[in-house]
Design a protein around this ligand. Structure first.
Ligand SMILES: *Cc1c(COP(=O)(O)O)cnc(C)c1O
Length: 396
């Protein structure tokens, strides 16, 4: 027995006491709308596989062909010899997708955020302004940045205005505002027009993290900027290739100068290896699918409206979601966990999100439908929600 780690016993006990100790669920099939999880076939309402690209035949074929032609990896960082022609092609295509001059790839959406915050905010004279519900990777980006941090109450534009008008922000050297496009726990959309207007007025760079919006929001799925018809008005757009694109990776889309600077300074780009050819080929094929099969986006939204309405008609509170991320509010940790467990027994997988991930009283199940769910899948899931909800006295 290794005694050196005995201190972790107390730490783990603490996590358990705080409901933060995680047991991993095992996916025993592909990530699909109906999946095998922990030995049981269930309607899967828990992935970020918005457009159901995980198993798209063309996307899979692209990965296989890339392996055949280019092998399994680059075995180098981008700045040494880990840049294949296809990395550059994907960056150009993602820039076009986002209506930006240029884009730079990173290994994840997480590192896209940390790299950008760290690169741009290099002095205590700088200020980074952030929504209180922003993703953990933006918070960590703030920790790596040397800037002062200012956090505004969630989507509270009056509070943001107050912060922007403070002397601290006025006198700062560089100013960067970061917000999620779609907030991942509640499924609400940031108030982008107001944010951009306020930031432009005060000379603040705007950066939107569109992890849950790319491939999801806007007429062509280009994200929050397209949704608000604000093309060309947001300075930096962060995206992930791990959600709707169903692969792995992230990117920063913005001015050419920003890309040029980050190629020479972004630490994950300089010191961590580039994505394998199969992943890049997957993303290129994913872009083709998004372009050529708009019916997927339509289906995602039809399914979203259907499922949200069904939950609401059953009497559930779905919070203020505007997107496929739909919370089912329960308001108590034990009850949220019981609802999740009983739904699983009935053949529906929806994860409980409890304190401290969300505030006390806001405990919930979080559901995400995809373009791959059939109407029967969602009817089945909604009926099970209604059945268990009634049995537990959560709805009448
Ligand atoms: C998921 C997520 C990320 C991280 O993306 P990965 O590609 O999985 O690292 C970043 N920001 C937000 C808002 C997210 O929801």
């Amino acid at each position: 027995m290794n005694k050196k780690f005995d201190f972790l016993d107390a730490e783990i006990a603490q996590l358990k006491a705080e409901n933060r100790f995680i047991h991993l669920h095992e996916l025993q099939s592909a990530q699909s709308p109906v999946a095998v999880i922990d030995g049981k076939k269930v309607v899967n309402l828990t992935s970020n596989n918005y457009l159901n690209l995980t198993t798209h035949p063309k996307v899979k074929q692209a990965a296989i062909e890339a392996i055949e032609k280019y092998g399994i990896g680059t075995a180098a960082v981008r700045t040494i010899i880990g840049t294949m022609t296809m990395h550059e092609e994907l960056e150009r295509r993602l820039a076009a997708f986002k209506g930006a001059e240029a884009a730079i790839l990173t290994q994840s959406g997480f590192t896209a955020n940390t790299a950008t915050c760290q690169c741009l905010m290099t002095s205590p004279e700088d200020v980074l302004i952030s929504d209180e519900l922003n993703h953990a990777s933006i918070i960590d980006g703030g920790r790596l940045a040397k800037a002062k941090k200012k956090v505004y109450r969630h989507s509270d534009m009056a509070h943001l205005k107050e912060i922007l008008e403070s002397d601290e922000v006025k006198n700062a050297r560089r100013k960067l505002l970061v917000t999620d496009g779609v907030f991942s726990m509640d499924g609400d959309i940031c108030h982008l027009p107001d944010i951009v207007e306020l930031c432009d007025k005060h000379g603040v760079i705007t950066m939107i993290d569109d992890a849950h919006a790319s491939g999801v929001l806007g007429e062509h799925g280009h994200g929050t900027v397209e949704y608000f018809h604000m093309q060309g008005k947001v300075d930096i757009q962060i995206g992930t290739l791990s959600k709707a694109f169903a692969a792995v990776g992230g990117y920063v889309a913005g001015p050419q100068k920003l890309r040029d600077y980050m190629v020479s300074t972004a630490r994950p780009f300089l010191f961590s290896s580039s994505q394998p050819p199969s992943v890049i080929a997957t993303c290129l094929a994913g872009l083709d699918v998004i372009e050529n099969e708009p019916e997927r986006l339509q289906k995602l939204w039809d399914n979203t409206h259907y499922f949200k309405t069904a939950l609401q008609q059953a009497g559930f509170d779905t919070g203020h979601s505007q997107t496929p991320v739909t919370p089912v509010m329960v308001g108590d940790s034990a009850q949220a966990q019981e609802l999740s467990r009983r739904l699983f027994d009935e053949g529906v997988f929806a994860l409980a999100i409890v304190f401290p991930t969300v505030p006390r009283g806001k405990e919930r199940l979080r559901t995400i439908v995809t373009a791959g769910h059939t109407r029967e899948d969602l009817e089945f899931a909604a009926a099970k929600f209604a059945k268990v909800g009634k049995e537990m006295g959560l709805i009448k």
